[in-house]
Design a protein around this ligand. Sequence first.
Ligand SMILES: Cc1cc2nc3c(=O)[nH]c(=O)nc-3n(C[C@H](O)[C@H](O)[C@H](O)COP(=O)(O)OP(=O)(O)OC[C@H]3O[C@@H](n4cnc5c(N)ncnc54)[C@H](O)[C@@H]3O)c2cc1C
Length: 231
Amino acid sequence: MENSYDIAVIGGGILGLATARALNERAPRARLVVLEKEAKLATHQTGNNSGVIHSGIYYKPGSYKAKLCVEGKGLMLEFCQKHGIRVDHVGKVIVATEPAELPRLQTLYERGIANGVPVEMIEPAQLREIEPHAKALRAIRSPSTAIVDYKEVCSAMTRELTARGVTIETNARVTSITRTADAIDLETPRAVVRARRIVNCAGLYSDVVARMAGARVNLKIIPPPDADRAR
Ligand SMILES: Cc1cc2nc3c(=O)[nH]c(=O)nc-3n(C[C@H](O)[C@H](O)[C@H](O)COP(=O)(O)OP(=O)(O)OC[C@H]3O[C@@H](n4cnc5c(N)ncnc54)[C@H](O)[C@@H]3O)c2cc1C
């Protein structure tokens, strides 16, 4: 059958593209497709976020979030360097403006140290030198936090995927998922796409897609489904 793949990734944000990339690295011969409902990739969270490459301060030491944030930051910088994507190493300050926030600031500082992230506790005078518009009782300086344009990152991933033979379909909203005896049929406006496995990377719609696939999902992504989400 035409439109037949080993794996279909639903969602063309950074997670869908990075998942397709990782699958292609592990199984270069697998036939992969990324299905994105919009006309362009990365138009939802990925293309509208703050562009921060987080350093790993916030997460509980020892957790996967902490470990993967620190590891992911290194990999993201490597990827950007390889593809000539501009990264601004602007650093970041986290401020406590009221006495009640000081213990939380201290906790973040300790987490940063425990996670192996360079952090420094600074006083108001040092803060003014870094950011004259900020006022605080104390602040944390995180020199390794950086910013990048994640749309550019996604464009580079897309070029790489296309060059490796991965199919990327836009205007391909998955509207129904049907399991057959030996495959999974995904209905999209242009065609039925058949895959042996699917990966749900539909971002804020991933609960809708999971239900479509027959999963019993005991959660709801807020805000609740609007007319667009319900489709
Ligand atoms: C305001 C804001 C600021 C943020 N700032 C940062 C930051 O500075 N740094 C950082 O690292 N993270 C930040 N994040 C988090 C980050 O943006 C997200 O974790 C990341 O973009 C999620 O990527 P995603 O691919 O899962 O989701 P998305 O980018 O939302 O992609 C999901 C894709 O799935 C598609 N889709 C949905 N349903 C279907 C369907 N049925 N069929 C086909 N396609 C479908 C959508 O059209 C969409 O393109 C921020 C998030 C927000 C909301």
